[in-house]
Design a binder for this molecule. Structure first.
Ligand code: MLT
Length: 258
């Protein structure tokens, strides 16, 4: 692990391998360890940069917005002398990926949008986030892990995968979770921007994704010119953990094609 300081923020990250750069952005409330299998598959042919987004993993807890999280990634790339990369984000990482493209299109070689959506939260969704943030601050992450876990993975998820996701959630600091929830609740709707994307794009989604279901990916696929679309069978929201081999096959196939 390495760290990078941007003003009051210390960002933890891994940087391994050589070749065209790929940046992997995790979801909420996870951390960079969720990409272990992808980093292992990519590092023989690519430079793989995997940060803990602010408020997650070993990075600091600070105020957040989705555009700021994207600017953190750009600053990290600059510090590592990476001018251009394929940006791959899952769920909240996908919100950050779209925001990154919006702010720094010239730095994007390709986009991978996994188990995510372009639309903003509904009023009800924002209320649920506020409640969850309050609960995290009052009770810690245990109850949140119990509530979220059944929605995150496929129906017959492997016990070790369930446990791995639970541990990532428990590792997230309650204050960090609250900041991330606030950032997601206040994010902009990016739907009308999708037709402006003119970089190669891969959209991936688990067939059993209960949080950002297949129809959200279909909307993105229709709106992004020439985008590739893959549904991963027997996978839930965290499709890269439910089906790492299939996820890697789709990701590598896409990277080799661009
Ligand atoms: C995630 O996996 O990043 C979150 O579930 C996304 C969300 O709550 O919108």
């Amino acid at each position: 692990m390495s760290t990078f300081q941007i003003r009051d923020l210390e960002l933890a990250y891994d940087d391994e391998g050589k070749g065209p750069a790929v940046v992997l952005l995790h979801g909420y409330p996870f951390n960079r360890s969720m990409w272990r299998e992808q980093a292992a598959a990519l590092r023989t042919s690519h430079r793989v940069i995997v940060p803990d987004l602010r408020n997650h993993g070993e990075s600091s807890v600070v105020k957040a917005s989705i555009p700021e999280m994207a600017r953190d990634v750009a600053a990290l790339m600059t510090a590592l002398d990476v001018s251009e990369a394929t940006i791959c984000g899952l769920s909240m990482g996908g919100y950050v990926t779209l925001s990154f493209y919006r702010q720094f299109p010239e730095r994007v070689k390709g986009l991978v949008l996994a188990d995510t959506r372009a639309s903003a939260d509904t009023g009800e969704g924002k209320q649920a986030r506020a409640k969850q943030a309050e609960r995290a601050l009052q009770e810690g992450m245990e109850g949140i892990a119990n509530d979220m876990l059944p929605k995150l993975l496929r129906v017959n998820a492997k016990p070790e995968v369930i446990e791995r996701v639970r541990q990532m959630i428990l590792k997230t600091k309650p204050q960090g979770a609250a900041e991330a929830l606030q950032a997601m609740a206040t994010r902009e709707d990016q739907s009308s921007f999708l037709p402006e994307i003119n970089t190669p794009t891969l959209i991936l989604v688990g067939r059993e994704d209960a949080i950002t279901p297949v129809k959200d990916s279909e909307v993105m696929q229709r709106a992004i010119n020439g985008s590739r679309f893959e549904i991963i069978e027997e996978a839930g929201h965290v499709s890269n953990l439910d089906q790492p081999d299939r996820f890697n096959e789709c990701l590598l196939g896409f990277l080799q094609s661009i």
